[in-house]
Design a protein around this ligand. Structure first.
Ligand SMILES: Nc1ncnc2c1ncn2[C@@H]1O[C@H](COP(=O)(O)OP(=O)(O)OP(=O)(O)O)[C@@H](O)[C@H]1O
Ligand SMILES: [Mg+2]
Length: 187
């Protein structure tokens, strides 16, 4: 069982590979409804309906012409084990919206894990891409919300400093850890 932050890393890497320049990651913890929802929205190259169907169910396909990936099916299995599901909507040349749901308190639900590390890995990968990839990370726990938007950070940094600079990454990590501590009520 791997932490959900690692699934988020896998799936967001798909968005970078798909040429997105904006990836929006939201984690919503609703302790009243007992649901955990993770959504990843990108403006990458998208998938057509036929391809998406095969991606969602790689073991049914008889085609061997493409590599059968497991990132999406593994996340789907994790959701289904926890009274949830994974839904993906995608449009060719527009982008992809993925929504993963879990019962928050389910005994089999993996911990959310270290999302600050995940964001750092993504920002590093994104600053190595041909074009800059921006990320929005929103984390909501009931009424409390934290949000990090690399577009805003880049405005402050100006044109000469890259998001991938070690000092910038360390600052972002602290910023995320601090923000999460606040919405978790200091626990
Ligand atoms: N956000 C996305 N935008 C466009 N295409 C995507 C997206 N996510 C997945 N895909 C397509 O679906 C395929 C399967 O994705 P999946 O993550 O399941 O496996 P993979 O990335 O190929 O391999 P891995 O097991 O290493 O993750 C990808 O190779 C890619 O072609
Ligand atoms: Mg993948």
């Amino acid at each position: 069982m791997k932490d959900l932050s690692l699934h988020i890393l896998d799936l967001s890497q798909n968005s970078i590979t798909a040429g997105a320049d904006l990836v929006e990651i939201s984690i919503k913890e609703d302790t009243v409804a007992d649901r955990l929802t993770i959504s990843i929205i990108d403006n990458g190259k998208g998938m057509d309906k036929d391809f998406l169907e095969r991606v969602m169910d790689p073991f049914v396909t008889t085609r061997t012409s493409r590599k059968v990936g497991l990132g999406i099916p593994l996340m789907m299995a994790a959701c289904k084990r926890c009274e949830g599901d994974l839904v993906i909507e995608s449009e060719k040349n527009v982008g992809t919206r993925l929504k993963a749901e879990f019962k928050h308190s389910h005994i089999d639900r993996a911990p959310i894990g270290n999302t600050a590390e995940t964001m750092l890995s993504l920002i590093m990968a994104g600053s190595d891409a041909d074009k800059v990839v921006d990320f929005v990370y929103r984390h909501i726990i009931d009424e409390r919300e934290f949000c990090m938007d690399t577009r805003e950070i880049r405005v402050v940094l100006g044109d000469d400093v890259s998001l991938g600079e070690p000092e910038v990454l360390m600052w972002i990590k602290d910023y995320i850890c601090e923000g999460l501590k606040n919405i978790r009520g200091g626990v």
